[in-house]
Design a protein around this ligand. Structure first.
Ligand SMILES: Cc1ncc(COP(=O)(O)O)c(C=O)c1O
Length: 436
């Protein structure tokens, strides 16, 4: 850690001080030989697990053939095969094309390029609590100021933000369902007060917000949003960087929300741990930019493409969508007990294996329990479980474990999480009973 601090920038944060030596499935071994259950999956990149054998084998085969030519110089079949497969799998029964890039943020940047180039409109609509990455356009689309945006201004222009369906902390202080999904309908109002509808190229949304705290809108939200956008000729960009590839119990979370996006942005679990991202969309939008207008040196690296093809096979063969649903149910059952026991557990939310706990100091005031969330995360890694937090207030514990985790490993992880909640609640009770 001393060498890390001397050589690596402090901005490249890590949630734990654990240095990894090796990993397999849902288990990590650190450099001191400690065994840990992984509920973070490298921030949701390992739905198929650490070193999934089929992925390792596919990469190994590619290592013996060639490692890089740049698709912009010499194309190769793996890139094309992956594009064909993503075109087939992405929601929507219309002709599609795909561009491969290196990271979620780069894919978001390119989705905006496609949308603007096709519609010839400048503006982009995005949401409170959204996270789309750390490059400049992605930062502009991201909501949380600290640590993501503060100090990096100015951002690209023509980005407009509206409230999301965060029912636990409704921007309009309304209650679902009596609100009749006011937040979705109110977007029409933004076209009067904030930006003209005919200036908006696209709205970019996460079906379930990732870094924002696994915010899961009610079922009416996205269909209303989609209807408003269609009426005004505004494209729908689904950012499924975190929700994609079986995490929510469907290959893409869009399948749950009743919306077919014009452009689908994917990354993270696409390639089982190698850097790769994709933009898949309607052919007429994807072919709007001219020859040479999109791409890059490393986009669609040959080994990463082979890894992604193997990932898609594993998801299908091992029925990881079904597995995600079972894991989610397993968590929910335990979490419901925790909520009965501890005031701290304010809300349990998510879909499939994309589940979270929002922690509060009081159920009545919903004061975010940021410090307690940090303490729980620390307790977990000190007791053999890697977790990560989320949320604009830093008070959400999110679950992104590999979907190949065994039931016994899942239960072991949940046991640690339960004892962490117990320890932190006991500590609070003790502190409250101390004379001032
Ligand atoms: C929804 C979403 N979009 C975009 C990104 C950015 O991806 P990357 O970190 O690969 O640039 C993330 C990363 O967490 C994300 O969760």
């Amino acid at each position: 850690m001393r060498r890390r601090n001397a050589a690596v920038v402090q901005g490249a944060f890590h949630a734990t001080p654990v240095f990894v030596a090796k990993a397999e499935g849902a288990v990590i071994e650190d450099v001191d030989g400690n065994r840990m259950i992984d509920f973070a999956g490298g921030i949701g990149c390992l739905n198929t697990g650490h070193r999934a054998p089929a992925v390792v084998e596919a990469v190994r085969r590619q290592l013996d053939r060639f490692l890089h030519t740049s698709f912009n110089v010499l194309p190769y079949e793996g890139y094309v095969r992956l594009a064909e497969r993503l075109n087939r799998l992405a929601p929507g029964a219309f002709p599609k094309k795909t561009l491969l890039v290196n990271s979620g943020a780069e894919a978001v940047e390119n989705a905006i390029k496609f949308a603007r180039c096709y519609t010839k409109r400048p503006s982009i609509l995005c949401f409170d609590d959204a996270f789309h990455g750390r490059t400049y356009m992605a930062m502009a689309l991201t909501s949380k100021t600290h640590p993501y945006k503060a100090g990096f201004e100015p951002f690209p222009s023509d980005v407009y933000r509206v409230p999301f369906a965060y029912c636990f902390r409704c921007a309009y202080s309304l209650q679902y369902p009596s609100c009749e999904t006011y937040c979705a309908r109110h977007i029409e109002d933004a076209f009067k007060r904030v930006v003209a509808a005919e200036s908006v190229a696209a709205v970019i949304f996460e079906p379930i917000m990732g870094e924002g705290g696994f915010i899961t809108p009610p079922p009416e939200f996205f269909p209303i949003l989609a209807e408003i956008c269609r009426k005004h000729g505004i494209l729908l960009i689904a950012d499924e960087v975190q929700t994609g590839f079986a995490r929510t119990g469907a290959l893409f979370a869009c399948e749950h929300i009743g919306v077919v996006p014009d452009l689908l942005v994917t990354a993270k679990s696409l390639s089982g741990g190698l850097p790769l991202a994709a933009i898949t969309g309607r052919v007429e939008i994807m072919d709007a930019p001219g020859v040479g207008a999109v791409g890059g040196t490393f986009g669609g690296n040959p080994a990463a493409c082979e890894a992604a093809l193997a990932v898609l096979d594993v998801i299908e063969k091992d029925r990881l969508c079904d597995q995600a649903i079972l894991l989610g149910e397993r968590f929910r059952k335990r979490a419901a007990e925790w909520q009965k026991r501890w005031e701290l557990v304010g809300e349990i939310r998510g879909l499939g294996a994309m589940q979270a706990l929002e922690l509060v100091r009081s159920r009545q005031t919903r004061e975010p329990a940021e410090l307690e969330t940090k303490q729980i995360s620390q307790y977990c890694y000190e007791h053999g479980l890697i977790t990560i937090t989320a949320g604009t207030y830093g008070n959400v514990i999110r679950l992104l474990m590999p979907l190949v985790i065994r039931n016994a490993q899942m239960d072991e992880g949940l046991d640690v999480l339960e004892s962490a909640l117990q320890a932190v609640c006991d500590r609070k009770k003790e502190a409250a009973s101390q004379p001032v």
